[in-house]
Design a protein around this ligand. Structure first.
Ligand code: HEC
Length: 145
């Protein structure tokens, strides 16, 4: 089980880990996957992750597989899920729910992680979206009511 330390010292240490994870993700190789992506897919629906992150992690609040330290490996992912406890509200302004071990075990979290790692960034380059370009062009015209 991954224990989340509590207390002021631990809070500071966690804050540093999170800061580091948030910034350093881009340069580091991603960790190994030990969970079952198929089981993780079901958990992604059962725990309503899709409601805020979309069915592919691309819509709503996007999960950035490249560059997010929270998705770097199973440990950072699990810590992130368990971070928002009442005991240790290290990220109090966050809009994401807390997922304690009682509702999502470490094994399940690893399955979830395996599924999230299957997400690909399928967004087309901005110049390839005709409607968006039409909007940008018309917005560049001088306003004449
Ligand atoms: C009620 C909305 C909501 C739900 C449900 C939710 N999240 Fe989030 N999630 C967020 C928001 C908002 C953020 C951005 C940081 C923040 O404000 O908490 C986030 C951030 C993340 C990140 C960090 C992404 C990055 O690019 O660094 C991960 C990983 C994540 N969520 C995984 C999950 C998983 C897995 C579940 C389901 C078990 C889930 N989330 C459920 C709202 C949600």
């Amino acid at each position: 089980m991954i224990r989340i330390p509590t207390g002021p010292g631990a809070t500071l240490a966690l804050a540093m880990i999170i800061g580091f994870a948030g910034m350093a993700g881009a340069q580091m190789p991603m960790g190994e996957i030990t969970g079952d992506a198929e089981a993780g897919k079901q958990l992604y629906y059962d725990h309503a992750c899709y409601a805020c992150h979309g069915y592919t992690g691309e819509t709503g609040h996007q999960m950035k597989l490249i560059g997010s330290g929270f998705l770097l490996n199973e440990q950072t992912f699990i810590i992130y899920l368990r971070l928002r406890t009442e005991l240790n509200p290290i990220l109090p302004s966050e809009a994401m729910p807390n997922y304690p071990e009682e509702s999502l075990s470490d094994e399940e979290a690893k399955d979830l992680y395996a599924y999230v790692r299957t997400f690909a960034d399928n967004a087309p380059p901005l110049q390839d979206i005709p409607t968006l370009n039409a909007i940008i062009e018309s917005a560049a015209e001088p306003y004449s009511p």
